[in-house]
Ligand binder design. Structure first.
Ligand SMILES: *[C@@H]1O[C@H](CO)[C@@H](O)[C@H](O)[C@H]1NC(C)=O
Ligand SMILES: *[C@@H]1O[C@H](CO)[C@@H](O)[C@H](O)[C@H]1NC(C)=O
Ligand SMILES: CC(=O)N[C@H]1CO[C@H](CO)[C@@H](O)[C@@H]1O
Ligand SMILES: [Zn+2]
Length: 438
């Protein structure tokens, strides 16, 4: 009986672990690596690396070069074997390029961009931003290493997560770019700041298991033990990012300085449970008007706040985007709740599809988390973008409130909206139908 086993076991049972018997070639592990959460599609709970001779991750690493070749073929627009798909690819490529010309737009539709790039939004967008900021030349980055690094990052997001996948990372990176372009930041940030800001955005949820920290703690996941129950996920994202940076040797020719620490401190700032600490520090700076962006520490703090905003900016996007993200994040939450119910764990209220709804979750999230943060951000950066974001936030909240007690009404209104906008969109005819779920 599963219910009688200690919790750690219960969860391990949920996950069919198949560690393939492999030649000794793979048996050496990277020291201090905390990877090894692969090979489990359901909830991403797995044994520590030391528990088996070979982690699925190492196998994936081996495949990554092939992945890179595949992906760079696409990026270079080399014809695929099917001549028809080549013609279509060419068309998408043109449209993706057009979209990148407006990458600083707050209306940027990352879902569309991801379809047009055949699921490579994170690689493509981040590469474009590095390039357009001149970071490649400035830091003398090897383009092959850079592409390879970005492909590894994209692949280490789990595409089976409805929300915490590479498209979310691409979306956060795009939002981060919008904030980096705000006058106060654009005028003061150094190239190092830009590099770290974009890197942190692209990697901030790396290898996210699709469940939250309390779940990892109550199921005795080894990551919870490794990081002593504190910012468990964020520490894992950071360490994973540092691992990939090392593996790709992208920055190995640059002085080390405090790069890893700064990257970590940016990623750790996305821990929502610590939001109040960051928010009160921000508020106190704004009250005292003592932020001085020639000061490196202050610039770093602003980057932290910018990344925090970028991470939770979904409700500040136009309704159509906001709504799609809400559906995805709710699906991920409810999936966790289903696992909890199935295995007699306490069901997290946020994740309980029997007692919670997408509208309720969104209204709460907007009121208690998003609004307070963006109000302070708009005090700091009182620009048109900030006004636009607050405008959408308020409209979207209203939207959820109106549909809250009538889920059917919300759904039909939404699909009606989607249908008309698709019909109006002349590009929609050539969208790759049924391509990777965005
Ligand atoms: C590379 O592409 C080929 C053909 O599309 C596919 O069969 C193969 O599985 C891909 N390899 C990887 C590692 O993605
Ligand atoms: C983490 O939390 C669990 C459950 O509350 C507890 O049993 C465990 O001792 C904690 N671990 C650490 C390192 O604090
Ligand atoms: C920088 C980069 O890789 N850009 C590519 C993004 O995708 C478009 C369309 O697929 C290509 O044309 C670009 O070269
Ligand atoms: Zn995130």
């Amino acid at each position: 009986k599963i219910g009688e086993l200690p919790t750690g076991w219960r969860v391990r049972l949920l996950c069919q672990q198949h560690v393939c018997p492999l030649p000794s070639l793979f048996s050496s592990h990277r020291g201090g690596s905390d990877h090894g959460m692969t090979g489990c599609n359901t909830i991403g709970v797995s044994r520590p690396e030391s528990a088996g001779p070979v982690s699925a991750r190492n196998v994936r690493r081996l495949l990554s070069f092939q992945r890179y070749l595949n992906s760079s073929q696409f990026l270079r627009g080399i014809p695929a074997s099917d001549p028809l798909s080549y013609i279509l690819d060419d068309d998408y490529t043109g449209q993706a390029k057009l979209m990148l010309e407006k990458v600083g737009n707050w209306n940027f539709d990352i879902f569309l961009f991801d379809r047009l790039t055949n699921g490579n939004s994170l690689v493509n967008l981040t590469f474009h931003l590095f390039n357009s900021y001149g970071l490649i030349e400035l830091f003398q980055l090897d383009m092959v290493k850079l592409r390879r690094f970005l492909v590894m990052i994209q692949e280490d997001y789990r595409s089976q997560n409805p929300y915490h996948n590479a498209v979310h990372a691409a979306d956060v990176t795009q939002a981060m770019y919008c904030y980096l372009q705000e006058p106060k930041l654009a005028q003061t940030l150094t190239s190092c700041d830009l590099l770290l800001g974009l890197l942190a955005a692209a990697t901030h949820d790396l290898d996210h298991p699709g469940v939250n920290q309390p779940f990892l703690i109550k199921t005795d996941h080894y990551l919870a033990a490794l990081y002593k129950n504190s910012s468990v996920l964020e520490n894992h994202h950071w360490k994973s990012a540092v691992g990939l940076l090392r593996e790709s040797a992208l920055l190995s020719h640059l002085p080390t300085e405090d790069r890893s620490e700064r990257l970590g401190s940016l990623i750790l700032a996305t821990d929502i449970s610590r939001q109040n600490d960051y928010l009160s520090e921000f508020r106190s700076h704004l009250d005292k008007e003592d932020l001085c962006l020639t000061n490196g520490g202050h610039r770093h703090f602003i980057l932290q706040m910018a990344l925090k905003c970028a991470d939770i900016c979904n409700p500040c996007r136009p309704w159509k985007l906001c709504q799609q993200w809400s559906e995805k994040v709710t699906e991920e939450f409810f999936h966790q709740g289903d696992i909890e119910r199935k295995h007699n764990l306490e069901v997290t209220p946020l994740c309980d599809r029997q007692s919670n709804s997408i509208a309720n979750i969104q209204i709460g999230f907007m009121s208690y988390v998003v609004e307070p943060l963006f109000l302070e951000w708009s005090r700091f950066s009182d620009t048109r973008l900030s006004q636009t974001m607050l405008g959408h936030l308020s409209l979207n909240k209203q939207g959820w409130k109106e549909g809250r007690d009538k889920p059917d009404a919300t759904n039909s209104r939404a699909s009606e909206e989607q249908r008309t906008s698709v019909a109006k969109d002349s590009n929609s005819r050539v969208l790759p139908q049924g391509s990777k779920g965005s």
